[in-house]
Design a protein around this ligand. Sequence first.
Ligand code: GAL
Length: 338
Amino acid sequence: MDTMKKKLLWGAFVIALVIAASGYGIHEEIKEDELKIGVSLYIEDDAFVNSIVSSMQTQAMLYEQKVDKKVMLNIACADGSQRQQNKQIEKYIALQYDVICVNLVDRTNAATLIDQVKAADIPLIFFNREPVKEDIFRQEDVYYVGTDSKETAKKQGQAVAELYEKYADIMDKNKDGVLQYVILEGEMGHQDTELRCEYVLQTLAEAGIALEKLDTDTADWLYTPAEAIMEEWAREFGNDIELVLSNNDEMALGAIDALKQANISAAVFGIDATPAGKEAVRKGEMWATVDCDAEQQGKTLLDMATALIENKITEKEGIKEGRYIRVPVTALISENIK
Ligand code: GAL
């Protein structure tokens, strides 16, 4: 096909998408001198993802002041539907966004989306929900910003080991030399769920801690289902529960409240360091969390987006395999354990 024909076809495609996009509640004028960054989130009410987004918003404001240009950071939520997310991305393409940042609904199914964005020649940054490697490397200008899930799990395990050394008498309530535990898991199929469960247990085994599993269940990263699961476990296992390993803070907070209601004391460990998680660690209700640095993740995302817009991505340091940026994580241990 000659170039002219290609251009005409592409133009028609864009017009069609603008029309389609207007059906999704987005009516925008295209302003030439504005930088446009489109974000699509898997759901609206994920506490940790929302902390990343608020950091992006702060960074966007700072960047606006620095370059004296308007930055339009559009945040859309997909309500757990990949179909809806695809539509949102089509809209960003139609409106000629400069960069698109995606918090995937279905992390195993990104190929079509990647090809579509690539066809429009727009750089793509995934974050927090990591696509499989083949998808990341399918096209040029596809990146991922997140953490190292294995490292995060190890930090949680090390925090448990460190506190067990100090507080064995409080943790091992029945004094049998074994910690009876439950695990609250994140969403099935999420990279963090799989790796956090596997490596926290491996780290504890390496530290020589004897463990006995009472049960595990998934609460999809959320407070309310976690609270309900813990209510059930409290009825079933009562005071036998000594250790709660939660894949994130929100679920740990749900567990803490259910344990309080049931009048059971147990050592609860989270991951993320959300504002509520940090507060629970400060009060000694959560024994430790792992700070996944939402602020730094948001900063990195904005920084990558603007580097891509300015064509300066090759100058960025710390991009592994040319595609991955993993923000360092640190354990946050309570000093108020009673
Ligand atoms: C994890 C985080 C969870 C949740 C999830 C969503 O990294 O620990 O709290 O935000 O991502 O994908």
